[in-house]
Design a protein around this ligand. Structure first.
Ligand code: UN1
Length: 497
């Protein structure tokens, strides 16, 4: 592919761009306008089977390729991403709606991850350790798993695939990639860049479509491991299917992230930070701030400030540089957000600002929803418990730090949280007490960097982390090696003289 102005995605199997068996397609819409944008293959189990076979065929050569050589392809990939950043960002905005500044950030996250992980090609450290026997060497090395399945969501169409695919590749695995049905164009563009960087045929395969190829991938006996990011509901089904086959699964699922705001917080900073954390990406981040837990003294002023900012946010087409918040990804996603706001009203929350659909002039066909602040939210309400995935933030009150921690921890999820305070004691207590995989101090709940572990506790994940060096543990297993050069039988645990 020479340009990403394309509007037709194809599958990529064994180094060839192809349609789905039978030719079925998914029609894509630009969420900013509702207009038809293009199409992508609606793949079936047979397409997944072909992709897994290609990945299995390519594996012996790829795993035998020295890791530093594998990494050279990844460095070239990063360079191509840098060169193509702008066109990739524009493609992504057209496909899923978030504003250009953010789609540039999405490509940047893929660049950061690719450079970071390419460096592991010359590390991938194991360790050497003394043996309990004389004249015996002991060490351990990481080993690839085989063909792995990668299933990704639409909200970070390039960053999240890069977190999974790039580490999987540097470790010597081959990959079958099934992106969200809403973002096959960005996925195909990312794969095309890896192809251009010199990735051999079959090492990375792309199968577009929805549930059917997703399920087929998870259930395929040739898939050695699955990495999934998406909803908790689907993630737990993926986990059950992987458990039935006895293969590893790395899950990154929902969030219900909260920010605590104490009396001594800097209100200007809090307002900037929480406007960004709640309404950036139209609230469609698994790290988005969807609950604010404020002390009684600061809550009224904070609600006023947040509402004022929400009211003034410029909502529109993400391609327009003046736009601050784009549409939801789809009409279905907007309907879900609308339903939650209705539910919140019914539960007694007060809609301070927003609460309904928007139709910016000339963009009446787009999937817009007003930035919404709910006040008087109580911890037991469904709007305080369930992931909404839209531009809605609920404000709750807590009288003490202990009560605030209880509210923050009182949900099934545990991805990200933050606290705004100048009090070092309170900040450290928050770091200690909050049960999330990521904690911020004086910053909103979003903005994780690629070289630290990313993931969550409790129903957000299953103990694995992506990002950081920890991602290598998801995509490798360990081999322990003993070399006895004593020339005689030495029995471990038995011969002790
Ligand atoms: C996600 O929403 O699934 O920390 C990922 C952040 C981004 C990644 C979000 N770097 O907000």
């Amino acid at each position: 592919m020479s340009t990403f102005e394309v509007t037709t995605a194809r599958n990529y199997i064994a180094g060839r761009w192809t349609g789905a068996t039978g030719g079925a397609v998914v029609v894509l819409h630009n969420p900013a306008t509702g207009a038809v944008l293009g199409e992508a293959p609606a793949s079936a189990a047979a397409d997944v089977d072909a992709a897994v076979r290609a990945a299995a065929d390519a594996w012996p050569r790829w795993r035998a390729t020295p890791a530093p050589r594998r990494a050279e392809i990844l460095y070239r990939t990063a360079e191509l991403l840098v060169r193509r950043k702008e066109e990739l960002a524009r493609l992504m905005t057209r496909e899923m709606g978030k504003v250009l500044a953010e789609t540039r950030g999405d490509v940047q996250e893929a660049i950061d991850m690719t450079y970071f992980i390419a460096g592991e090609g010359r590390r991938l450290h194991g360790y050497t350790t003394p043996s309990e026997m004389p004249r015996k060497a002991a060490y351990c090395v990481r080993q690839p798993l085989g063909p792995v399945g990668v299933i990704t969501p639409w909200n970070f169409p390039m960053a999240i695939p890069s977190w999974k695919i790039v580490p999987a590749l540097v470790c010597g695995n081959t990959v079958v990639f099934k992106p969200a049905p809403q973002t096959p164009l960005s996925a195909a563009a990312f794969v095309a860049i890896l192809e251009e960087a010199g990735l051999p045929a079959g090492v990375l395969n792309l199968v577009c479509g929805g549930d059917e190829p997703g399920r087929a991938l998870v259930e395929h006996p040739g898939v050695a491991m699955v990495s999934f990011t998406g909803s908790t509901e689907v993630g737990l089904q993926v986990a059950a299917r992987c458990a039935a086959r006895g293969v590893r699964v790395s899950l990154e699922m929902g969030g219900k992230n909260a920010a605590i705001v104490l009396d001594d917080a800097d209100l200007d900073l809090v307002t900037d930070a929480l406007t960004w954390a709640a309404f950036g990406t139209t609230g469609q981040r698994c790290t988005a701030c969807s609950r604010v837990v404020a002390t009684p003294a600061i809550r009224p002023a904070l609600v006023d400030r947040l509402a004022d900012r929400a009211r003034r946010l410029r909502v529109g087409d993400g391609l327009d540089p003046a736009t601050e918040m784009g549409p939801l990804v789809s009409d279905a996603q907007r309907a879900r957000v609308e339903q939650y706001v209705g539910l919140g009203r019914g539960e007694g929350a007060r809609v301070v600002v927003g609460g309904g659909r928007l139709a910016p002039p000339g963009l009446e066909g787009g999937f817009y929803f007003a930035p919404t602040v709910l006040d008087e939210v109580r911890p037991g309400m469904r709007v305080a418990q369930e992931e909404i995935f839209g531009p809605v933030v609920g404000v709750l009150e807590a009288r003490t730090l202990g009560e605030a921690f209880e509210v923050v921890n009182g949900v099934r999820y545990g991805l990200s949280a933050s606290i705004f305070t100048r009090d070092v004691f309170a900040a450290h207590r928050a770091i200690e007490e909050i049960r999330t995989g990521i904690v911020y101090v004086n910053h909103g709940t979003t903005g994780a960097e690629v070289h630290l572990p990313f993931g969550g506790m409790r129903d957000t994940g299953n103990g694995h982390r992506e990002g950081g060096l920890q991602v290598l543990d998801a995509f490798t297993e360990w081999k322990s090696v003993y070399i006895d050069y004593s020339g005689r039988l030495q029995r471990a645990q038995i011969d002790r003289d």
